[in-house]
Design a protein around this ligand. Sequence first.
Ligand code: PEP
Ligand code: MN
Length: 360
Amino acid sequence: MKNTKELRTWLDDLKLDHPLVVAGPCSAETEDQVLKIAHELKDSDVNYFRAGIWKPRTRPGNFEGVGALGLKWLQKVKAETGMKTATEVANAAHVKLALEHDIDLLWIGARSTVSPFIVQEIADALEGTDKIVLVKNPVNPDLALWLGGIERLYSANIKNLGVIHRGFSTYEKTRYRNNPEWQIAIELQNRFPDLPLICDPSHITGKRDMIFEVSQTALDLNFDGLMIETHYDPDNAWSDAAQQVTPSTLIEIMDDLKIRKETDTEADYRNALNTSRTQIDVIDHQLIEMLGKRMKVADQIGRLKKDKNVAVLQSRRWNEILGKMILEGEENSLSEEFILRVFKAIHQESINHQEKVING
Ligand code: PEP
Ligand code: MN
């Protein structure tokens, strides 16, 4: 992509004094449900009303969406409330129908971004459109796949592009439904600073109680907007019940979020500082998690040594590790003195862990 500046235009044209907000139910269920939610959101800061019409479900047998019929309901939303509309498309037929029904914003879901064939098919079907197209990150934490999706759309001459960060699936259970792995979104932002970046805290958290905190982190990381699933009766939603909020909760969340506007040089400075500090917090959190994992492996080694009655301290192995880390440190602009201090501390903690295992 040569001139990424043009990627920002559609968002700048909206001239918003708050982050972009896309809200509405996970799934369109009935005409009444869609219209009721839309009317409750009509006078809020919501810019685009979302509803899933075709639902990609991980396992068969769940509600798979109402299909093309729901597009008529979205048209009614626009006619009755003036809100622009948004839905997910996952193949060329969906694109054709969505364009025929004048949907304003289309997004590519996480399960589609993983497939270059699907993304290419959608890009070809959208060729030259001036609709806004947002690419969700792929389900798995793979930046290249996400970038590939953006590049395919950009090459199809779709200029009003953006991305949605909805977290990444993990095999191990975490406190999130989809782990945010903020560093991947930060990396994408560093590569394409002008590509509008939206956070989807609903699919990241999977729990309505955590939506506020994740939204605030996203805004602190300079995200341009939020996509939040909203339903008048979340507990009885036909999909993603645990993560949807009511329209009034959404409005409260929007009111309570600290939104940093870039108005003067002092504010610019504080904004930049705040973004960097949040990035540091994300990295520190990862460091602690990695160190915790390393000590668990040390415990495992302790158990093996205990079985074989082998001494905890193995100097040759330790010197090998240090040598390797000093070289890797150099490649990452870290001084030898620093590496020695850090690894001595890590090594001491590993020994303590192993001794605890061996001596009980
Ligand atoms: C959705 O937005 O309802 C959805 C299915 O999201 P994702 O593709 O992020 O799972
Ligand atoms: Mn959903």
